[in-house]
Design a protein around this ligand. Structure first.
Ligand code: HH2
Length: 260
């Protein structure tokens, strides 16, 4: 899953693709690099970020999604939003997946996704982006995140979203400290055991900087290392900024796993 941030302030590429023409060119480049899914977002969820109004967010993402859907009808487009009105407009424009960092918290989100026959990514976050790093203590982060995701998946299924269209994400960096992120990555199989495809977004995140001292633009090697646990999972999606390198890395890793 290649990331297309149509934002002025995303943590690693804010402002680079805020212009729709640039966003489209970036999306096309990610497809050439081998992305299977494009995740288009119009609101930064970096730690400390303030919410953006729905109209602003929709104005950012909908033209890009509509143009992409016209030019590349075969591509799976995901919209990174937690607002049902933005999701509705994006699905209308051609998106088929809603990537919701609040785990489908808004009461209208899951019925919308079910009604449109879309898929949903339910991500775990503690609190909201502006406050989420204030409390990162868990008694057992893996058990707590797994229990929460299992509960949200059950709610999504009862709202009418088929189980195979409910994807789960531990929310790396969302209300977790370095140790919490590492434990989640080390125990992804516990989350995979919930029976849904997993999405993992570790790309360029700050725990890699904390561990290595690397600045945000220099975290490719650490981002790739974070994906090693993914090859043990039957169904997993890597949400990344650097698609070509990730593709090559996962191809070789997978080949080695199969040879074993
Ligand atoms: N991380 C970010 C945004 N959306 N969605 C899922 N499912 N999982 C993630 O880990 C995730 C996500 C943050 O990354 P990015 O989009 O690059 O930054 P920003 O939120 O600052 O735009």
């Amino acid at each position: 899953m290649g990331i297309v941030n149509v934002t002025p302030d995303s943590f690693s590429d804010g402002g680079l693709y805020a212009d729709p023409v640039r966003a489209l060119a970036h999306a096309e480049a990610l497809l050439v690099e081998g992305a299977d899914i494009l995740d288009v977002g119009g609101e930064s969820t970096r730690p400390g970020a303030s919410p953006v109004a729905a109209e602003v967010e929709a104005d950012r993402v909908v033209p890009v999604i509509a143009a992409l859907a016209r030019q590349r009808p075969e591509v799976l487009i995901s919209v990174d939003t937690s607002k049902p009105e933005v999701a509705a407009a994006a699905l209308e424009a051609g998106a088929v997946i809603v990537n919701d960092v609040t785990g489908g918290d808004h009461p209208d989100m899951l019925p919308l996704v079910a009604g449109r026959g879309a898929a949903i990514v339910l991500m775990h976050m503690r609190g909201r982006p502006d406050t989420m790093q204030n409390d990162t203590a868990y008694a057992d982060v893996v058990a707590e995140v797994a229990a929460w995701l299992a509960g949200r998946a059950a709610v999504a299924c009862s709202a009418g979203v088929p189980a195979e269209r409910v994807w789960l994400d531990p929310g790396i960096g969302f209300g977790k400290d370095v140790a919490g992120n590492l434990r989640l990555l080390a125990h992804l199989e516990d989350l995979g055991a919930l029976g849904h495809p997993l999405v993992v977004g570790a790309s360029r995140k700050s725990f890699i900087g904390r561990l290595s001292g690397a600045d945000v633009g220099e975290r490719l090697a650490g981002s790739l290392a974070s994906l090693v646990p993914l090859v043990r999972l039957p169904r997993a999606v890597a949400r990344v900024h650097d698609v070509a390198a990730t593709r090559q890395f996962l191809t070789v890793l997978q080949a080695i796993a199969e040879a074993a």
